[in-house]
Structure formats: structure tokens, C-alpha cells
Design a protein around this ligand. Sequence first.
Ligand SMILES: NC(=O)c1ccc[n+]([C@@H]2O[C@H](COP(=O)([O-])OP(=O)(O)OC[C@H]3O[C@@H](n4cnc5c(N)ncnc54)[C@H](O)[C@@H]3O)[C@@H](O)[C@H]2O)c1
Ligand SMILES: O=C(O)CC[C@@H](O)C(=O)O
Length: 388
Amino acid sequence: MYKYHCLNPISDAGISRFSEDYQETALEDSDVILVRSANMHEMQLPDNIKAIARAGAGVNNIPLDVCTKKGVVVFNTPGANANGVKEMVIAGMLLASRDIVGGIEWVEKQGNASDIGKLAEKQKKQFAGCEISGKKLGIIGLGAIGVLVANAATHLGMEVYGYDPYISVDAAWNLSRTIHHINDLETIYRECDYITIHVPLTDGTRKMINEEAIRHMKEGVVLLNFARDLLVDEEVLVEALKEGKVKKYVTDFANPTVAGTQGTLVTPHLGASTEESEDNCARMAVQELRDYLEHGNIKNSVNYPNCDGGICVDAGRITLNHKNIPNMISQFAKVLGDAGVNISDMTNKSKGDYAYTMIDVSTSIPESVVESLREIEDVYKVRIVKGE
Ligand SMILES: NC(=O)c1ccc[n+]([C@@H]2O[C@H](COP(=O)([O-])OP(=O)(O)OC[C@H]3O[C@@H](n4cnc5c(N)ncnc54)[C@H](O)[C@@H]3O)[C@@H](O)[C@H]2O)c1
Ligand SMILES: O=C(O)CC[C@@H](O)C(=O)O
């Protein structure tokens, strides 16, 4: 029986894909964790945890270093909620361009006034705005969301400038040919009427929209942030809103600095809150966990390499999460050889400083072998996937 624990509500479209061999349990008893935005940084991770699946894209709520050194594989669900966010970004650009919200509120205030139609015609000019068609949109980060926003904005008549020095081949293939590929952020800042940011929050991207960046932007620019609030120096941004340098700040992250501040349009982290996105993320997350628990396969991990050994057809399968340093494989082979365990297949993959080894064997695996493998320095986790 495998055991899972959910730190946030996870769509039943995914949970229902756990077979009868799975049971929801308390954190301390579980093998794997499903999470959305719950902050895990202060959490004590029980030793039995083997994997965490983030039903979403951003993993800044998960202590990756701690997990990696405990041999805990962290998955996310790339692209599964990208369409939901894309639609919010388009809505954000429209809401920032025309005072639709102000207009709706005005009508609500009139109640059932009999002359409301006449009044509306008189008052409507205060809610007028501009169209997005023909304007320049700068997109920072051309991943799953950035590409969808770029293509949709192009179809809405915008001229799109895209910046992503690390763009993946897949993303590049999916990008409309009409998009200007920009190699420096200054061009985006100088040229664009709307700028939207779609990069992960890391030490390298924290506060990338700072005083200097804003200084280079066009007067009256609209800034959209559906990625993470800490990407923007919001203290500086609020000043820029007061001065009119930035016309509107559309953000999906409510916090005391921006909530209720003049010039902001703030939503409560709604980007991925659609039935479709929640279902897609949950389905992908559960699939990743099952493939890892049942077969030892890794797909879409942010801290360990992809590894696909399919279904084990031999007597046993052992997996090891370890440091990516010389002499590890020979130590594993020696332990198995000394115990008379024959290796029938072996895969070793690495990602940066960390590696994952999958060994299929043609005989059963004695407990003493597992213990010896665990004793090897810089081995973080040893798992018998099959053949105990
Ligand atoms: N508001 C929401 O509900 C919501 C939903 C999904 C994702 N997000 C946030 O949006 C982020 C992006 O999501 P995604 O699905 O597009 O992720 P993704 O991984 O598909 O794309 C991120 C892109 O950013 C690029 N990048 C990284 N550093 C960069 C830099 N310094 N400059 C320019 N580009 C850089 C990467 O090369 C990649 O192409 C997530 O990390 C998450 O924080 C928010
Ligand atoms: O789970 C959510 O609602 C938000 C997800 C989003 O922030 C993400 O990074 O994918």
C-alpha cells in the first residue's frame, strides 16, 4: 500500500487516478506529498517521504536543497496551468486599458434609477480607455505561459517583443514567427507599452524589476505580474505609480504593499484557479508520483534528472538518489557483485550536482545489500522499487 498526503486541496480529477493500492494518510505516515502553494520551508520532512509533487509550475514554496539532500524527488507540472494564466494576462491587459471595473461599479451604484440609460451615456466618458491592438507588448520569460501569451497577444493585434536567454527548443518551436526575439531587457523596457513577466522566482530573478529597470521603461507603461510578487521591487513600483511613470500594475499577488494602492489591479492568486488548470495539474502530479513510486521513473522533476526505465520486467529494481561525483557506480556494482546479485540493466542520469541510478537485477535483493548501499557516502536514498 502506498500512502499520500495533500497539503492543499487537490482536484479529484487527479486524486481519483490513484489506484486502490493508494491511501491518503497523515503527513508522518506518507510516502509522497501533493502540494499547491502551501509554504513548506519551515516544515520538518519525515524520513519516509520519497517525493513531492507540486500541482503547478512554481516551486519556490518548497525547500529544494533540503529535499535533494534527503533524496526526495520534487516534481512540478510544466504547462498544465499555462492556459489559465494566459487568459488572466489577457484580461489584465484589457482591465488596465479600459476602466471596465470602474464602469461596472458605477452602474451598480445607480441601483434601479429610471434614467440610468441616459445617465450612462453622459457619464461613460470617465471610463473610456484605449485598445491593446497596435500596442507593443514585452514578455520576459518565454516558457509555457510566456509563449501562450505571446501568440494570443499577436492574434489580438499587438506587436510582441520576447526576452528569454534560456528559451527551450520546444518553446521556440511553439512561438509565432512574428514575435521579435530580443536579447536585452533594455529594448523591452524602452519599446514596450505593456510588459508582462513570466519567469520563476529564484535568487537570480528576485527583484529583477527594480528601480533601474523601471527608470528605463516608457512613461505610462502597464506592468503585469502573474509570476511572483518578489520578482518586483514593489516599494519602488508604488512610487512609480504615484509619479505616473507606471500607469497600472496588474498583479496576481495580494500583499499589504499593493492591496488598495492607487494604480494597482490586484487579484488573489487566481491565475491557475480554473477547473481545467486544477484538473490538468492534479492529473499530471498524480501520474508523476505513481510512475516514481511504482516504477522508479522520473519525469518533470526540478531537482533530479529524468529517468525512464519503463516497467521492470526483471526480478528486482533498486534506485539510488546520490551526489553526481566519480566512483559511485563502481561502489554500487561492488556491493551487488559481492552479494552475488546480478545486474541486468543499469541507467545513471545526472542533473547538476545530483544523480539518479536505476539498477535492474535478475535475483532477489537481500536486505544487507540495501543497508550496504545506504552506507555509501553521498548516497541520499536507496529504494527497492521491486523485488523485496
Ligand atoms: N499566478 C499563477 O497562478 C501562476 C500559475 C503558473 C505559474 N506561475 C508563475 O509563473 C512562472 C512561469 O511559469 P511557466 O509555466 O511559464 O514556467 P516555465 O518554466 O515554462 O517558463 C519559465 C521561463 O522563464 C525563463 N527564464 C528563467 N530565468 C529568466 C530570466 N532571468 N530572464 C528571462 N527568462 C527567464 C525560462 O527560460 C523559461 O523559459 C512560474 O515559475 C510561477 O512562479 C504563476
Ligand atoms: O496552485 C495554484 O493555485 C497556483 C499555482 C501557481 O502559482 C504556479 O506556480 O503554478
